[in-house]
Ligand binder design. Structure first.
Ligand SMILES: CC(C)(COP(=O)(O)OP(=O)(O)OC[C@H]1O[C@@H](n2cnc3c(N)ncnc32)[C@H](O)[C@@H]1OP(=O)(O)O)[C@@H](O)C(=O)NCCC(=O)NCCS
Length: 221
């Protein structure tokens, strides 16, 4: 369908996710819902929407599923810090281990499988995929994307057994340095309002909280 991408994902509590590329009116939304309903069962969710993007969905009967903070880093000041892990590019052979970390790091709604992991990497024209290792074991990963001069921290996860030792901070700082080296003007990240660990980390390394929250909406009728 024009103006939207529809993502279906196995092993999740929702049937399909609607990712709009433009602002949809209520009739557009109804058409998309009818199209999805005729093909997939289960709740339909949206991607993270700004306030203005939500109108057509709310009018069509969508309600709030999740609130997200949006944070922005100006890439001017990137602090150095102690380096507890080794960082390297992620390889195809790391995927099973990375998905294990993802599984224990996110609830089922946000969890990635092989397909959604690969589509997260393809979501932007350029992406930077890094893993953190301690004694050669992968203990964390980060995916960062770039579209034009905007960078997006798309995914970050650290094995619970090594959290609180600086691995997350190291991965985020590395992504910030990469984005600056690519000539980006800023980096964006969004995180669940309930995820205080991630918000603290982002603010500590210089991300600034946006006034507007993003919302994931759900159509469960
Ligand atoms: C958010 C997340 C990536 C943080 O990873 P982490 O490796 O624990 O991050 P850090 O160790 O760099 O920082 C965590 C805390 O440890 C502290 N810390 C870091 N190094 C330390 C050290 N050597 N000694 C003591 N404390 C230390 C940091 O100051 C920070 O404290 P704060 O939260 O009070 O600011 C991790 O909790 C995670 O994977 N969560 C689930 C997935 C997730 O939420 N991803 C982000 C979604 S947007």
């Amino acid at each position: 369908m024009r103006g939207v991408r529809i993502v279906t994902k196995a092993n999740t509590p929702f049937g399909a996710q609607i990712v709009p590329y433009r602002r949809l009116g209520v009739r557009d939304v109804q058409r998309v819902v009818d199209y999805v309903r005729s093909r997939v069962a289960g709740p339909i969710v949206t991607s993270a929407l700004t306030t203005i993007e939500q109108d057509g969905f709310r009018e069509a009967g969508f309600t709030e599923r999740e609130a997200l903070h949006l944070l922005r880093h100006p890439l001017l000041d990137i602090h150095d810090h102690r380096e507890p892990a080794g960082l390297r590019s992620g390889r195809r052979s790391d995927l099973s281990r990375v998905l294990e970390i993802d599984e224990v790091s996110f609830d089922s709604f946000w969890r990635l499988d092989r397909d959604s992991f690969n589509s997260a990497r393809r979501a932007t024209p350029v992406n930077y995929y890094r893993v953190a290792t301690i004694e050669r074991v992968v203990v964390g990963y980060a995916i960062t994307g770039r579209a034009g001069r905007s960078a997006f921290l798309q995914r970050l996860g650290v094995d619970p057994s090594v959290r609180g030792r600086g691995v997350g901070t190291q991965l985020v700082s590395d992504s910030l340095r990469w984005a600056r080296g690519e000539g980006c003007a800023s980096m964006l990240v969004n995180t669940q309002v309930v995820n205080e660990d991630a918000r603290r980390l982002y603010q500590r390394v210089g991300f600034v909280l946006d006034r507007e929250q993003l919302k994931v909406l759900e159509w469960a009728q």
